[in-house]
Design a protein around this ligand. Structure first.
Ligand code: SAM
Length: 275
């Protein structure tokens, strides 16, 4: 069992840490989280520019370029939010169809507005990442970007992604990682602990939608990139690779969904010498 927990208990603590319980009336983590993103939706893109110093777009592009997407394939963008990743895939792969699934109706409204030019190939679906309304092997690939941290159980989310991707397909995650290098880590911590809260106060007139508080607090429960890669291997994903941006401050993992192991009881064929 891995030391990093991202389970119900951690989420209960996070509800208090970010003050969700003071602002929203909800009984589960999923409900609190939906209320938060519904309220944040119209400011989400602007805050991302500030969180990432304007680099998210470039990171999205590089991450999508890395995906082993084949022409004509069907891709799931889980926790699509305002559809940055879905749109990037649609732009780069003109024959690919994408489902952008999210739990927040307000986020999906923003997504549909932004993706207006691609709605013939991007379908937006309101749903729960932990109970995907698709049969096994429905997609050729599934990506989640800055989404796993929001799920009640990240391992269950990865398992659901693996389930709906066909054998030979791929699963990918993008999120904040743990940065490397003392100087860079110091600057990163200063930004998140000191500067971001000030930015948050300027941007959010209503504290409950303050992503500058949510992101660093949820980071405390979110595993680093190597631990995440380990979880992916543990649930049976193969060929897990880790790609860091900004010295690991943001990280992407890409893995392959291996074909199910055959449980044949027939003995291995024996090689004959000289044949
Ligand atoms: C930080 S945003 C990420 C958006 C986008 N992928 C990006 O890269 O900018 C996280 C999204 O996850 C969604 N979300 C949270 N829990 C979810 C769940 N259980 N099922 C589906 N979506 C969920 C939120 O509504 C929100 O839009």
């Amino acid at each position: 069992m891995l030391a990093t927990s991202h389970d119900d208990n951690a989420k209960l603590k996070l509800i208090k840490d970010v003050g969700f319980d003071q602002h929203f009336k909800a009984s589960t983590w999923a409900e609190y989280n939906r209320a938060f993103f519904d309220g944040l939706a119209e400011k989400y893109d602007a805050t991302n520019v500030m969180h990432s110093f304007g680099t998210k777009r470039g990171i999205d592009k590089a991450s999508v370029r890395r995906l082993p997407i084949r022409p004509g394939s069907k891709i799931l963008d889980l926790c699509t939010g305002s559809a940055d990743i879905a749109i990037e895939i649609a732009k780069l792969h003109p024959t690919v169809r994408i489902v952008g699934l999210d739990a927040s109706p307000a986020m999906l409204k923003v997504a549909a507005r932004k993706a207006a030019a691609y709605l013939d190939r991007i379908e937006f679906v309101e749903g729960d990442a932990l109970r995907l309304p698709y049969p096994d092997g429905h997609f050729d690939g599934a990506i989640i970007s800055f989404g796993l941290r929001n799920l009640t159980n990240l391992r269950a989310g990865l398992l659901e992604m693996k389930r709906v991707v066909k054998p030979g397909g791929w699963v990918s995650n993008i999120d904040q990682g743990h940065p490397k290098g003392a100087l860079f880590t110091f600057a990163y911590e200063i930004h998140f602990r000191r500067i971001a809260p000030i930015l948050g106060k300027l941007v959010f007139h209503r504290g409950e939608f303050n992503s500058f508080r949510y992101l660093p607090e949820s980071n405390r429960y979110f595993p680093d990139q190597e631990t995440l890669a380990g979880i992916m291997r543990e649930i049976g994903l193969a060929d897990v690779r880790v790609f860091d941006h900004w010295r690991g401050a943001v990280s992407q993992q890409i893995a392959t969904v291996a074909p199910p192991a055959t449980s044949s009881s027939a003995p291995e064929p024996r090689l004959q010498r000289g044949v």
